[in-house]
Design a protein around this ligand. Structure first.
Ligand code: HPA
Length: 279
């Protein structure tokens, strides 16, 4: 296995830097069907992932695969419109690369979103869930993005993951959701590698270990960001309720369809939240 060195991350960061004239301190990653959020970015510059060295290119429908850099609610932001996934064949370190590159560009806070299945049966399709904490199952079984030589310029060998999702930012998200009268669920996001959806027995397992939502992304990005000292805020858009035997089988089309309901609400929530942020 080859691992990225600091020079590799710097090469990618330099390629972006040469094309922008702002210094974003807020980064965002938009999950399946949530890409429309990037349309709210003003004075945007677009960089397709394929034009960047080392960058993992997403191949999944619903993921545009480009960086959108511009202004959102008064802040300079760098937004990933679409992400790549472990199940596409990339290593965890590859799918974590964009986060480290953003760190080198000066990003201090990451807002990470995903489409997820509702393990918690009290959730509804279209709900937004604020991620309080996560269970990084791929990481627990040997697929952690921090595997390999530590790059100390980013962070320590053994980083703490206590309060990985910044408590102050979570409080702010709660206040803003209340003000907007938006129903916002809260809970634990659990990552699996995908690309298969879960069996009924697996969903029972997820319930037993305390997961509220399940998906195929996010935790490797969060681990990479927290290691690098960034503040993280995470949201899941609930695109389907996990089937315990009495519902429908999940499919990618409903994930994209539900995104159409979730994206405008999430856009409103994030624009209002960003407007309040003093960063
Ligand atoms: N399981 C895993 N990933 C998902 C799901 C699901 O039900 N829905 C959206 N992403």
């Amino acid at each position: 296995m080859t691992y990225f060195s600091l020079a590799d991350y710097q090469e990618t960061a330099a390629a972006i830097q040469s094309r922008i004239s702002i210094a974003p301190r807020i980064g965002m990653i938009l999950g399946s069907g949530l890409g429309p959020l990037a349309d709210a970015v003003e004075d945007a510059i677009y960089i397709p992932y394929g034009e960047l060295p080392n960058w993992p290119v997403s191949t999944v429908e619903g993921h545009s695969g480009r960086l959108v850099i511009g202004k959102l609610a008064g802040h300079d932001v760098i937004v990933m419109q679409g992400r790549s996934h472990f199940y596409e064949g990339y290593t965890m370190q590859q799918v974590g690369l964009p986060v480290r590159v953003m760190k080198l560009l000066g990003v201090e806070m990451m807002i990470i979103t995903n489409a997820a299945g509702g393990v918690n049966q009290s959730f509804s399709v279209g709900d937004i869930m604020l991620i309080d904490d996560h269970i990084n199952l791929p990481g627990m079984i040997g697929q952690n993005p921090l595997f390999g030589p530590n790059v100390p310029e980013f962070g320590p060998r053994f980083p703490s993951m206590t309060d990985a999702y910044d408590p102050q930012l979570r409080s702010l998200a709660t206040v803003v959701a209340d003000e907007l009268a938006l129903t916002m669920q809260k809970g634990v996001y659990m990552a699996l590698s995908g690309p298969t959806y879960e069996t009924i027995a697996e969903i029972r397992f997820l319930q037993a270990v305390g997961a509220d939502a399940v998906g195929m992304s996010t935790t490797h990005e969060v681990v990479t960001a927290v290691h690098a000292g960034m503040r993280v805020l995470g949201f899941s858009g609930v695109t389907n309720i996990c089937n315990l035997g009495d519902g429908d089988a999940p499919n990618h089309e409903e994930v994209i369809e539900a995104g159409k309901v979730i994206a405008p609400n999430l856009t409103r929530l994030l624009q209002t939240l960003l407007a309040r942020l003093d960063i």
